[in-house]
Design a protein around this ligand. Structure first.
Ligand SMILES: Cc1cc2nc3c(=O)[nH]c(=O)nc-3n(C[C@H](O)[C@H](O)[C@H](O)COP(=O)(O)O)c2cc1C
Ligand code: SF4
Length: 450
């Protein structure tokens, strides 16, 4: 069992970011350079692009956007350069409820993100980087555009080649503001949106590494993933591998630190950077100051609502990439848990989540478009005390039939709906049964109306 000492705060990506974030203080270009910034890019440019890819591959840097796919491996899927354009798309959509970690980096240390972008664009020989940012992130968009302008003014990007011509490879960075739909965070919907179309996910294959933006090879990475490339290159793979934990079930390791944005019924909600593998209980009790008002822990969304729920007996679940297979959730997701105390009505939680997914379904696939509507109808009925035991079975059947895993949809939004609802019902079934029992007094519906 790990002790608290094993999981000290580990500021790697947040080393320039103050613990007290009540006042915004963006790291300027000058401050960034004075504290060692852009030296890792210089180091990367002294290597062959393929060597950089191999190094990131060796670090097993798992994507921080939700799926945990290793970045270096993804980069290695690019076809050999053919002289035509190749693109990098940086995913800062961050519209997953409960997730608010990427904006911390963008807000406070945008040049770290830009340095990661420059290294990735060099390693994969991509000429244009599209920074796709959530529509509602007005302030962060302004901050990031200012940092892009600073980087251009100082020759990091632009026609002369990376880092004032240290490499002949030139990279342009374009900030693209999303119109504000959750689905645009799905990587192929993001590509459609950048192309100026409606954010509808594409059928895969072909995968974006082969045919992405404007039909050309494209890599999509999350903001935090790209920021993590900088310390990996700076300090080496062995250093990175000493952080985090190995898999205990024969899977891929969970190396490095992770930004964990904690919200809900805790005393100190915030973004904490900690080594992967920290048990949820330790994250809450030690770093977030415990449960609010001395209440007991009841449940937590694993890492974005799409991942499903950790039950009361799963408080000790380690926050690493094994969590999906070990604790019956979809995965670690963004590692941003929303914590619920003992007074939380889990039926209301399920209905609220289902409302979100119904509103955000893009409508292309029938099981997602129709199923999300049915889940909301059933849950609303159950919450009001007008449901039946049969409704619970139908609920589980409808939820279980939606998504990439059952093979019925184009994208993973439906899997998120499926896992969120199924895990809440399965792990808190007595609450739902009580609600559908004839003895339950309806909240909004008269007894005659049942
Ligand atoms: C509905 C939906 C929304 C998503 N939203 C985001 C998002 O806001 N940010 C993000 O990085 N990844 C998001 N993803 C995951 C992306 O599709 C993709 O896996 C990720 O950007 C790849 O980056 P990474 O490999 O660095 O994690 C979303 C996926 C789905 C299905
Ligand atoms: S699963 Fe849902 S969100 Fe994804 S493409 Fe199909 S309808 Fe759209």
């Amino acid at each position: 069992m790990p002790t608290a000492a094993d999981f000290k705060p580990a500021p790697v990506l947040t080393k320039r970011i103050p613990e007290d974030r009540s006042k915004r203080a963006t790291v300027s270009y000058e401050h960034y350079v004075a504290t060692g910034g852009y030296r890792t890019l210089e180091k990367a440019l002294s290597m062959q692009p393929s060597e950089v890819v191999e190094l990131v591959k060796g670090a097993v840097l798992r994507g921080r956007g939700g799926a945990g796919f290793p970045a270096g491996l993804k980069w290695s899927f690019l076809p050999p350069a053919d002289g035509g354009p190749r693109y990098l798309a940086i995913n800062c959509d961050e519209a997953e409820p409960g997730t608010f970690k990427d904006r911390l980096l963008v807000d406070f240390d945008p040049h770290l993100v830009l340095e990661g972008i420059a290294i990735a664009a060099y390693a994969c020989q991509m000429q244009v980087a599209y920074f796709f940012i959530r529509g509602e992130y007005h302030h962060q968009a302004k901050v990031f555009q200012k940092a892009i302008d600073e980087a251009y003014a100082n020759g990091v990007f632009g026609k002369q080649g990376l880092l004032r011509g240290a490499s002949k490879h030139a990279v342009e960075v374009v900030l693209h503001r999303s119109a504000g739909a959750y689905i645009c965070g799905e990587e192929t919907a993001l590509l459609e949106a950048v192309e100026g179309k409606r954010g509808w996910p594409r059928v895969k294959p072909p995968f974006p590494a082969v045919k992405g933006l404007f039909g050309r090879p494209t890599i999509i990475n999350n903001v935090e993933t790209l920021a993590a490339v900088v310390p990996i290159l700076e300090n080496g793979v062995d250093w990175w591998k000493r952080l985090g934990v190995e898999s205990t079930i024969g899977g891929m390791p969970s190396h490095g630190t992770k930004l964990m944005g904690v919200s809900g019924h805790v005393n100190r909600p915030n973004v904490y950077e900690l080594e992967l593998g920290i048990p949820l209980r330790m994250l809450v009790e030690k770093h977030c100051g415990g449960m609010r008002n001395g209440k007991r822990f009841k449940a937590a969304i694993a890492g974005g609502v799409s991942m499903g729920i950790l039950g009361t007996d799963q408080y000790d679940a380690p926050m690493d990439f094994d969590i999906g297979r070990k604790y019956d959730v979809l995965g670690l997701g963004t590692a941003c848990p929303t914590v619920f105390d003992e007074d939380t009505d889990m039926v209301a939680v399920a209905r609220n989540i289902s409302r979100f997914f119904k509103n955000e379904s893009c409508g292309q696939c029938t099981p997602c478009r129709e199923g999300s509507g049915w889940l909301l109808k059933l849950l609303t009925r159950i919450e009001r005390g007008a449901g039946t035991t049969q409704d619970l079975d139908v609920l589980l059947e409808v939820a279980g039939s939606m998504g990439l895993t059952p093979g019925t949809t184009i994208c993973g939004l439906a899997d998120g709906n499926n896992w969120a609802i199924r895990t809440i019902v399965n792990k808190f079934r007595p609450e739902f049964e009580k609600r559908v029992s004839p003895r339950f007094v309806p909240v909004y519906v008269s007894a005659a109306g049942r």
